[in-house]
Ligand binder design. Structure first.
Ligand code: UZR
Ligand code: MG
Length: 256
């Protein structure tokens, strides 16, 4: 069951809905294969736009928690398929942020494959919303919310090496569990069985929707500088910083 997205008492409504409709936050979609450097690219954009209010929403937060039955055969569960995400909830969340309303984003635990049942991350109104994830370009309704789409394009071998390192260091795995069922032939390993086919079937085809393709990810400082320059121009043009006159209180608790 989906938990409510909007905090009950502090619901924020723009004072002038027509003005807010004209000057909505700038939504950037950042997609690319697993461990391509999406999060790094987003962090670099956020760092360089330090004088603006930018929030990052990660598609990973919208992973559905696994049922006890699914947990029993977790090796068979495809985390790389679009159905693994609660896209309706993601849509509702980004839709509300676009209207200037604060939302509660679920917290997903990669170690237990469950959502935190009692805590959320509050994300407040902002000038820029970055929506990041392997499949954020898959659903047309999600794409339609985006003002700019960036695809981080990193070679598959580089991604696999990073993925192994990251899952061991950050996501509570060992090498066997990253590749899964190491006693079986390589075609049965999790990477070969799910991650790679889903990249070919769903992630790569969504590259065609990108406005900008960044080769090599976070190492590509030139591309990130260009994007930030463009964003600064857009933010200046739309005077987005001043769209929410009553946001001051929220701003003080603003977090990324
Ligand atoms: P990024 N994933 C997990 O490893 N465990 C989970 O509980 C949920 C997801 C992985 C998922 C996907 N695949 O490739 C990756 N698996 O997280 C997406 N297996 O995250 O974009 O940060 O790499
Ligand atoms: Mg990431």
């Amino acid at each position: 069951a989906s938990a409510p997205l909007t905090p009950p008492s502090s619901a924020f409504t723009p004072t002038d809905s027509s003005a807010a409709a004209q000057k909505q936050p700038f939504v950037i979609g950042v997609s690319g294969g697993t461990a391509s450097g999406k999060t790094t690219v987003c962090d670099m954009i956020i760092q360089q736009l330090h004088d603006h209010r930018v929030v990052l929403v990660n598609q990973d937060s919208f992973y559905r928690g696994l049922t006890p039955e699914e947990l029993e055969c977790v090796h068979e569960y495809n985390f790389d398929h679009p159905d693994a995400f609660d896209t309706e909830q993601l849509l509702e969340c980004v839709g509300k942020l676009k209207l200037g309303q604060p939302v509660h984003v679920p917290i997903y635990d990669f170690k237990t494959h469950q959502r935190c049942s009692d805590s959320f991350r509050q994300v407040n109104a902002s000038d820029v919303i970055i929506l990041e994830g392997i499949l954020v370009f898959h659903d047309q309704r999600v794409r339609n919310l985006m003002n700019m789409k960036i695809f981080v394009d990193t070679d598959a071998d580089v991604r696999l090496v990073r993925r192994i390192r990251r899952d061991i260091v950050e996501r509570g795995r060992d090498i066997n569990s990253v590749l899964e069922q190491a006693s079986l032939p390589p075609t049965h390993h999790q990477y070969a069985k799910f991650v790679k086919p889903a990249f070919d079937d769903f992630v790569l085809p969504s590259k065609k929707y990108a406005d900008v393709i960044i080769p090599r990810g976070g190492d590509n400082h030139v591309a990130i500088d260009l994007i930030v320059q463009h964003l600064r121009t857009k933010l200046g043009q739309h005077d987005l910083c001043k769209i929410y006159p009553n946001v001051t209180v929220i701003q003080s608790t603003f977090q990324i």
